[in-house]
Design a protein. Structure first.
Length: 538
């Protein structure tokens, strides 16, 4: 039995409604969780919202709302978006919940009991957008933050400190012993050089606003929002000693954007070490999606991409597929609607959609809709054996890639199978075989092989496209229970040739991904691109 698989997303700030960047992390985590479930792993997938801190308090005030009121409103937008995008999380944590606040206080007391908290003063810069402290030298010349380009604030207040400097050697030692701790490698190196340049003690409480968790024993202070937020990964499990904690902690993977790597790969492990708790296995950082080269942000209309709108027009699965396939997880990528629609037509409508419709049509035409059996006597004959090798390789490669946090590579492997199967159909010309009664066995064998390739492809694309995978299986003639079973298991290469049951009756094919022609594309773009970001009409 494998170790349980616990994967998390960052908890998202509620000052902004969900956009493409948030959707990306959550979709990737969902696909990984679904993949692990299909491998039989005891899987737990957590997401949620980060609701405390100065940034939320200021956002609420500027809208004439209370912070709790704003959080209650925006959290619903996140929940609804995750529903629309077919996200299947096991829990959703909000940092304003009592179950969370209790564990934050517990974490504080543990760190304090270890002698790692002392009272001091913070006199320095703070960027509310990052919720981060900045040394003078790390700001731009005009004292604005390098990430948000907004002016940092000068803060001068009493503050508790966390003795993070004490953990520098232990953390370096951990990196040394666990090369997989931060992935990909380039980010690991970046963090290592940050740690080597010297860890300083960290200011961990604020006194000039109050929207947060009270510091135990000192009501004047609220816990620094990152200390509060990071604790969600264990508070959702009930905290140390909780049943879920015992079962799932340490996390297998914190999936995050590269913007918040330092908090996860430095602050969080130091906090855990001080509290005497085990560290997560891996922190996987992905790159940024940009729009026209700019990072997606609220203040730039041209970068606003609404995943809800896209999903409601072309389906959540098409968006999920595109995001996972287009850019390798660790790299940055520029989002364009043209690329999205291009892949939709090429990979989904042409490759996968076509494989479904032609194999089902063949089955209907040549076998009255009934799935024929593979013929053992032909198993080793070419070219059929070749297609089987392609299928077996795809199953192995896709699993390996998903296990290595490379969904893009996994989808490439699956598409090799989809495309090769289409190519085999083209060259084998079953409609000619069908005219020759002597070659009936060959026709049965090859049709089964195509259908099984489709059956396997459907199950392998299920983590990325759970709805379309279900549809393919239903069109293949599987009943609800068999569909559930097929979706909950990864193809077993040992069963090649007999995995798809003969005798199922396929449905008449219905288009899986209707092609989007130029006219429809123009219509969609008109709906998707906000008016203030449309190019001027000439
Ligand atoms: N609340 C903190 C995280 C606390 S975790 C203990 C936070 N929230 S956030 O709402 O700003 O979300 C940041 C995360 O959203 C990024 O780490 C990334 O996962 C995702 N993304 C936001 N914009 C993104 C892009 N433009 N591209 C890709 N992912 C992006 O930081």
């Amino acid at each position: 039995m494998n170790r349980p698989y616990y994967i998390t997303t960052p908890i998202y700030y509620v000052n902004d409604v969900p956009h493409l960047g948030h959707a990306y992390t959550t979709i990737a985590a969902d696909a990984l969780a679904r993949f692990h479930r299909s491998r039989g792993d005891d899987t737990y997938f957590l997401t949620g919202t980060d609701e405390h801190g100065q940034k939320i308090e200021e956002a609420a005030t500027s809208r004439g709302k209370t912070p709790q009121g704003l959080a209650d409103e925006v959290v619903e937008r996140f929940r609804a978006t995750w529903d629309t995008l077919s996200i299947r999380h096991d829990d959703f944590i909000r940092t304003t919940e009592d179950r969370h606040k209790r564990v934050v206080a517990d974490m504080w007391r543990r760190i304090e009991a270890a002698g790692d908290i002392y009272l001091g003063r913070y006199d320095g810069w703070y960027c509310v957008s990052c919720e981060a402290y900045y040394a003078e030298g790390a700001l731009e010349d005009d004292q604005s933050c390098p990430v948000h380009k907004r002016p940092a604030k000068w803060v001068s207040e009493p503050s508790y400190y966390f003795r993070m400097s004490r953990f520098q050697d232990a953390l370096l030692d951990h990196f040394d012993k666990h090369p997989e701790f931060v992935q990909p490698e380039s980010y690991r190196n970046e963090i290592l050089s940050f740690i080597r340049s010297g860890l300083r003690d960290l200011s961990v409480s604020r006194t000039t606003f109050h929207w947060g968790v009270e510091v135990p024993g000192d009501r004047e202070h609220v816990v620094y929002v990152w200390i509060d937020a990071l604790t969600n990964y264990i508070s959702a499990l009930g905290g140390p000693g909780g049943a879920h904690y015992e079962r799932y902690w340490p996390a297998t993977c914190h999936l995050i954007g590269k913007d918040i790597l330092r908090f996860h790969a430095v602050y969080w492990p130091c906090m855990l070490m001080s509290a005497g708790l085990p560290l997560p296995e891996t922190i996987v950082a992905h790159g940024w999606w940009t729009v026209r080269g700019e990072k997606i942000s609220k203040s730039m209309p041209a970068t606003r991409v609404d995943p809800n709108l896209i999903a409601s027009d072309i389906g959540a699965d098409a968006l999920r597929y595109f995001l996972l396939r287009e850019v390798p997880l660790g790299l940055d990528g520029d989002f364009t609607y043209e690329a999205l629609l291009g892949r939709y037509n090429a990979d989904l409508a042409n490759d996968l959609g076509n494989l479904l419709s032609r194999t089902l049509s063949m089955t209907v035409k040549f076998f009255g809709g009934e799935v024929p059996s593979a013929r053992p006597e032909l198993a080793d004959a070419e070219p059929h054996a070749g297609l089987r090798r392609v299928a077996v390789d795809a199953v192995r490669e896709a699993a390996e890639a998903m296990g290595a946090y490379a969904p893009s590579r996994a989808l490439e492997a699956i598409w090799r199978l989809v495309r090769e199967t289409n190519r085999y159909v083209d060259t084998a010309q079953p409609w000619k075989l069908a005219k020759d009664p002597e070659r009936r066995a060959e026709l049965e064998h090859t049709t089964h092989a195509y259908l099984e390739a489709l059956f396997w492809s459907a199950r392998m694309v299920a983590p990325a496209m759970p709805n379309k995978a279900t549809e393919i299986l239903a069109q293949l003639g599987l009943g609800d229970e068999s569909i559930a079973r097929a979706m909950a298991s990864w193809p077993d290469v040992e069963r090649a040739g007999r995995d798809l049951e003969a005798g199922l009756v396929v449905k008449k094919p219905a288009p899986l991904f209707p092609r989007i022609d130029d006219e429809r594309a123009a219509e969609l773009l008109d709906r998707w691109v906000p008016d203030d970001a449309k190019p001027p009409k000439v």
